[in-house]
Design a binder for this molecule. Sequence first.
Ligand SMILES: [Zn+2]
Length: 100
Amino acid sequence: MAKTAAKTKETPARPRVKGSKTDVSKQVKIKKVSRAVTRLVEPGSQVDCMHCDERVKFQAKMRHQQVICNVYEKNKWIRVEHFHADCYKKAKQPFGKPID
Ligand SMILES: [Zn+2]
């Protein structure tokens, strides 16, 4: 009787852990940090620029841009700040480069 000496290099089958509860970070989360976006000033805009204190005015012909910042502190949203696009640059982009 020939014993077939097959290479017995068995790796133990790894048990597949399905639905592991440690993996809860799959959801796409919005980063809770201050951020800035550039937007066109909309008609009826009632906000003041944080930098120069003047109204961020809508002017049809000008199509002014404003920078809207969502300000977070310790992972908590606190407030929105508005800037004239130019003022935001003058203020040295306190909340980072605005995203279009
Ligand atoms: Zn301003």
